[in-house]
Write a protein that binds this ligand. Structure first.
Ligand code: AMP
Ligand code: AMP
Length: 336
């Protein structure tokens, strides 16, 4: 396919997967990155051009060029994290996705409203610590990657830790003990179909290291868990639980259409869940974009293989959606 469009993204998070997928779908590819990462991205032959900016916040300085080159940007976890919400919204370069969803992704209260509207169980939340069932997890607003959280085992423990807590805006949730599972969805507004692309578990330091220390030592030294993500591993779900995974994805889409706007959420998104011994899913968060856990599946997953007889990553699926939309003259429906 020859097209006037180039698929581009910022150089971090899931850029390699996105651009490999774009190249497999025969697009020109571009990465915008920092000077110290140029060398790194130049190692990969599927990236046609590497543009630099001195800091990520300098992004607007390169926009004119991107617009002229008909670049379609694919947002990922670094966009809001490094560009900031306002810069992200003001961007004039073609952008894959619905920017209206950004406000609903960023705000914990709106997320909660979204999940409630979708009738998906969430960990019980407490306005007053006196009502809490312990242990609880306390999360600051705007915490990225699970730092800025603490656990409390009772009211006294909470009282002591909250005094040292830097954030004034936070939520208190019941701590759910179970298996964490992150489900990677893709919803195509072009053929109105929801797919599960893959699933992952996160490796969070030091929470995932604590289990390697005997309880008596943990007890003595009182290590506080943190949830800073450093990597991901794959997981396959019991088949009897898969219908529910699809239903949850569909409910998220339906709720977004009534809460956000007519288009609602589309493209890649992820539901972060914890599964308890009664096999109930508790949703902790919605990520309204490609998540880095999909990087495990550059070559496709057990789930994408059910739908495609070729390797289909989430990055490639995005490029394919753009390709379909171009063919059907419907590109305006999937860009902002
Ligand atoms: P990075 O591109 O690694 O600097 O990360 C950008 C944002 O994405 C940060 O908010 C990270 O916490 C998040 N992130 C990066 N890698 C992962 C991962 N493997 N799993 C979950 N979140 C991630
Ligand atoms: P989040 O920033 O909300 O995605 O949470 C980061 C990590 O904290 C998750 O991947 C879980 O490991 C953990 N976590 C968050 N909320 C809860 C909860 N209510 N119960 C147990 N673990 C949680």
């Amino acid at each position: 396919m020859s097209t006037k469009y180039t698929i581009g993204t910022l150089g971090s998070h899931s850029a390699l997967q996105i651009l490999k997928g774009a190249k497999d779908e025969e697009f020109k590819t571009l990465v915008v990155t920092l000077p110290n990462r140029v060398n790194f991205y130049e190692r990969f032959s599927f990236i046609d051009s590497v543009d630099t900016i001195s800091t990520f916040t300098d992004f607007p300085s390169i926009e004119k060029k991107l617009i002229k080159e008909n670049v379609i940007l694919i947002p990922h976890g670094s966009f809001v994290a490094y560009l900031g919400m306002e810069r992200n919204k003001k961007m004039k370069t073609f952008y894959f996705g619905n920017k209206q969803v950004l406000d609903w992704e960023e705000d914990r209260e709106k997320q909660h409203q979204w999940l409630t509207k979708a009738h998906i169980d969430t960990p019980p939340q407490y306005k007053n610590i006196k009502d809490a069932i312990f242990p609880v997890i306390v999360k600051s607003f705007g915490a990225a990657g699970g730092s800025g959280y603490f656990l409390a085992k009772n009211q006294r423990d909470f009282g002591e830790k909250i005094k040292l807590f830097k954030s004034k805006r936070y939520i208190i949730q019941k701590y759910i003990t179970g298996v964490t599972l992150y489900i990677h969805y893709f919803y195509s507004p072009i053929d109105k179909k929801l797919e599960i692309m893959s699933m992952d578990r996160r490796y969070e330091t030091n929470a995932d290291g604590l289990g390697r220390i005997p309880a008596w030592i943990q007890h003595e030294v009182e290590i506080q868990p943190s949830y800073v993500v450093v990597g991901n591993s794959s997981l396959i779900l019991r088949e009897s639980m898969l219908p529910q995974a699809f239903e949850m994805g569909e409910k998220i889409i339906d709720a977004s259409k009534s809460l956000i706007d007519k288009r609602g959420i589309f493209g890649p998104f992820c539901l972060e869940t914890i599964i308890t011994p009664d096999m109930k899913f508790y949703a902790v968060e919605i990520s309204a974009r490609i998540v880095a856990g999909t990087n495990l599946f550059t070559h496709g997953s057990a789930y994408s293989w059910l739908n495609y007889n070729e390797p289909m990553s989430t990055g490639r699926r995005i490029a394919r959606e753009i390709k379909y939309a171009i063919k059907q003259n419907r590109l305006n429906e999937i860009l902002d």
